[in-house]
Design a protein around this ligand. Structure first.
Ligand SMILES: C[S@@+](CC[C@H](N)C(=O)[O-])C[C@H]1O[C@@H](n2cnc3c(N)ncnc32)[C@H](O)[C@@H]1O
Ligand SMILES: [Zn+2]
Length: 393
């Protein structure tokens, strides 16, 4: 395709200015699209990289095999401390993307630090030398699901015990609109109920853990969240069959009642035979298998929070809020109660989430809000204890 000089535009994200090629009115119709809405995703990537650099005390080599315009790679090179980034590899299958990346690399004088590949991501992953300090962090940002690239990425990270980041935008599949596709692609049952995003995220982590386990690797979630139209998973990869065995004990199912909103989680080995609601006897629905363990690592989240002011983030305030919410729910059990449904079942109204939180806390329970839903509540109190508190009002 002919590149027209008139169609280049300069944009700035964080403190990085670079050129994009705008050959369509709508961003999604462009040959290579730049999505400013994903700036928060890239902000969080910078923050977590900053925390990895501090915690691991080492320079990083980063692979961006679905680079698109290359914005993520430029921001890493420009905005992280200069001596902390050893190398960034940016690749894309689309020749126009590679043209954009080459142009920016020349303009920004990145030749020494940025390696550009015009290739299929699988070939890039395959071609990485399987030796120390080649690539520590791989960030998968394809269209749709990252699933087909996960095993190859884990193999590449085996020696370096690095980090795997992945974005998934196939929420119609993972959030249950196409359950047969979810079962085929992720070998798991999704749901369209209010738990859908947490279920989707935990199905994706489950798949990483299963792939890693087969290779004798363990995958530890550092920061996994959903935002608008995508899921984002960031995990640390360790070579340890023992840790992997322990993690496999935290795989299971979630059961839920659509009549009274009761929730129960069970490990894979304890799958329920008689799945009826202990509260209202309705038949329970099931989602999974999925990961029942932590979605966050406190050391990394605290470090990220400390580093916010040190970077030029596009969405500083929003990120501060998200990290505070995460720190609030970091020790909570998986899944949350959707309070409006429980209030409706109890035929109660006018009781605020804060009143319920205060009452449960005064009884000694662990309670928090959740990033998954502003009306959600995470707690180690049982369903009956929540109902008892609600009925007091
Ligand atoms: C969601 S976009 C990437 C956006 C980019 N990471 C960003 O932050 O702006 C996905 C990119 O993956 C590229 N792509 C799709 N399939 C690919 C493959 N098999 N190997 C390498 N690149 C691929 C597309 O050309 C597209 O540029
Ligand atoms: Zn019920």
């Amino acid at each position: 395709m002919e590149i027209s000089e008139d169609l280049w535009q300069q944009v700035t994200e964080g403190s990085t200015s670079f050129s994009i090629y705008v050959d369509a009115d709508r961003i999604y119709d462009a040959s290579v699209f730049y999505n400013p809405k994903m700036a928060i995703n890239r902000d969080l990537t910078l923050l977590i990289l900053s925390s990895i650099i501090k915690i691991e005390k080492k320079r990083i080599c980063f692979l961006d095999p679905f680079a698109g315009t290359g914005v993520r790679s430029y921001r890493i090179i420009t905005e992280l401390p200069q001596d902390s980034v050893e190398k960034v590899v940016a690749g894309d299958i689309n020749p126009i993307a590679v043209n954009i990346i080459t142009r920016n690399s020349n303009n920004l004088n990145y030749d020494e630090i940025l390696e550009i590949r015009h290739s299929n991501a699988i070939d890039i992953l395959d071609s990485l030398p399987k030796k120390k300090d080649t690539v520590h962090i791989i960030d998968l940002d394809p269209f749709g699901s990252p699933i087909e690239y996960i095993e190859e990425s884990l193999r590449s990270l085996r020696i370096n015990e690095g980090y795997l980041f992945a974005t998934a935008t196939d929420l119609q599949v993972l959030c249950g609109k196409f359950p047969d596709s979810c079962y085929r692609i992720y070998n798991a049952i999704p749901t369209r109920y209010f738990l859908c995003h947490e279920v989707a995220l935990r199905i994706l982590v489950y798949n990483m853990i299963i792939s890693a386990g087969r290779l004798g690797l363990a995958v530890e979630p550092i920061l996994c969240y959903n935002h608008e139209h995508y899921l984002r998973v960031k995990v640390k990869v360790k070579e340890s069959k023992e840790v992997a065995n322990q993690q496999h004990k935290k795989l299971g199912f979630v059961y839920f009642c659509k009549k009274c909103s009761y929730i129960e989680t069970v490990e894979l080995s304890d799958d329920l035979v008689d799945a009826s609601c202990t509260n209202c006897s309705e038949k329970l629905e099931k989602a999974g298998p999925l990961w029942l363990g932590n979605l966050y690592n406190i050391e990394f989240i605290e470090q990220m929070k400390k580093d916010i002011g040190q970077l030029t983030l596009h969405h500083e305030k929003k990120i501060e809020k998200v990290l505070s919410l995460i720190l609030g729910e970091i020790n909570s059990p998986p899944f949350f109660y959707y309070i409006p449904f429980i209030l409706r079942f109890c035929k109660k109204e006018g009781i605020s989430l804060n009143q319920i939180i205060d009452s449960l806390r005064s009884k000694g329970f662990l309670v928090s809000r959740t990033i998954f839903d502003p009306q959600g509540l995470k707690t180690n109190a049982s369903y009956n204890e929540i109902v008892t508190v609600i009925k007091q009002y």
